[in-house]
Write a protein that binds this ligand. Structure first.
Ligand code: SF4
Length: 367
């Protein structure tokens, strides 16, 4: 049997072509696009401006939505965390982070992850599969509908970060497709300039992204200033060691737009990568490649099966001071939604043990 086509992953012109293949005029395609992407309707039944027969036909051959929300938690700081399931029962994790001037949605690009970062709980799932463009778009739709109501325009701008489960650059094609759909002014209208993709360092894809005109911003997860330690923490480093990674970053840097900066993420692990000497090594590494990046120092979120603890506030501050003394712009990322394990790599893998321990408002599964 032919698989129903997921319409959320189609651009307006692709949707127009699609409705034409089922014998409908082009304007119906534009109507369906608006219903899905601007009104954020999750079923054809809800598109009351379409004839009944067309809604029934669309239901036969296509899907308006395919994710279901398994559980939803709201943190005391307003962060919302969702564990969703795909049609084939695989976990997808998404986090909505409200801030004063904007909201940020952290979405997943894969279910599970093939990379084996030792500080990350998602790594323990392995790769279940890459998500489709429609499944990427739907995560954003679900979070916005939940926060503001179906189709209600968010009061602030929405930023997106591909920092949930998965290595986004290993699903680059579907990711870029999703971003192009979401950029449409008659849809969600979230432009690539509001999107940051975080990679563990897939060098060939960084170079490919550098050549993409409508690309998002890039963040690189470093976690270590030397190959020896990075091989241990992020085994992808054995394939693309620091020198190769940094030279790809340099190439990428040449394509930055005015005001845009490359970001390095550095998860702070107590007694592992947080010494003064390691801060100097990191600064020297970036300076040697003359990369004008900023470094985000990220407090590690401890999780039982992982052998790491977060660095103390003093250690993080000292690390930051050393970087700054060597001319590197460093920021300490404020942990959000810690009480609901909302950090990258904390969601799906932990769901089995979560329910007994959660300290916050369990709003309950919906959808
Ligand atoms: S940190 Fe990111 S890239 Fe590494 S295993 Fe976890 S999800 Fe994958």
């Amino acid at each position: 049997m032919k698989q129903p086509i997921e319409l959320l992953g189609l651009s307006k012109s692709e949707l127009v072509s699609f409705v034409e293949t089922i014998g409908e005029p082009a304007y119906r395609g534009r109507q369906v696009f608006k219903g899905l992407q601007q009104r954020r309707l999750q079923s054809f039944e809800a598109m009351s401006d379409l004839p009944k027969e067309l809604r029934a036909r669309l239901n036969e051959v296509s899907l308006a939505s395919s994710l279901t929300v398994e559980s939803r938690y709201v943190s005391s700081d307003g962060t919302r965390r969702y564990l969703m399931k795909t049609h084939d029962n695989l976990p997808v994790e998404t986090v909505f982070i409200p801030e004063e001037r904007r909201d940020t949605i952290c979405f997943s690009s894969q279910s599970g992850c093939p990379l084996q970062c030792t500080f990350c709980l998602t790594a323990q799932l392995g790769l279940l599969r890459s998500l489709t463009a429609a499944e990427i778009v739907e995560q954003i739709q679900i979070a916005l509908n939940d926060a503001y109501g179906t189709g209600v325009k968010p009061p602030r701008g929405t930023n997106l970060v591909a920092m949930g489960a998965g290595e986004p650059l290993l699903n680059l094609e579907e990711l870029l497709k999703a971003l192009r759909v979401m950029a449409d002014p008659q849809g969600l209208h979230i432009v690539p300039n509001r999107v940051t993709v975080s990679t563990a360092g897939v060098v060939p894809r960084i170079l490919e992204l550098a050549k993409t005109s409508d690309r998002p911003h890039l963040a690189i997860s470093l976690a270590a200033p030397t190959d020896e330690l990075r091989n241990e923490l992020m085994p992808i480093n054995k394939r693309w060691p620091l020198e190769e990674l940094l030279s790809a970053c340099k190439t990428f840097e040449k394509t930055l737009k005015p005001g845009e900066r490359l970001t390095f993420e550095y998860v702070m692990l107590d007694g592992v990568n947080d010494s003064d000497e390691q801060a100097r090594q990191l600064a020297n590494l970036l300076n040697r490649h003359s990369i004008k990046a900023k470094v985000n120092l990220i407090p590690h979120n401890p999780a039982d099966p992982l052998p790491y603890q977060p660095s103390s506030d003093e250690a993080v501050q000292r690390f930051k001071n050393v970087l700054e003394s060597k001319g590197i712009h460093a920021y300490v990322r404020r942990p959000r939604g810690r009480d609901i394990f909302a950090a990258c790599g904390q969601l799906a893998a932990r769901e089995g043990t979560l329910s007994n321990r959660i300290q916050t408002t369990l709003v309950g599964a919906n959808n």
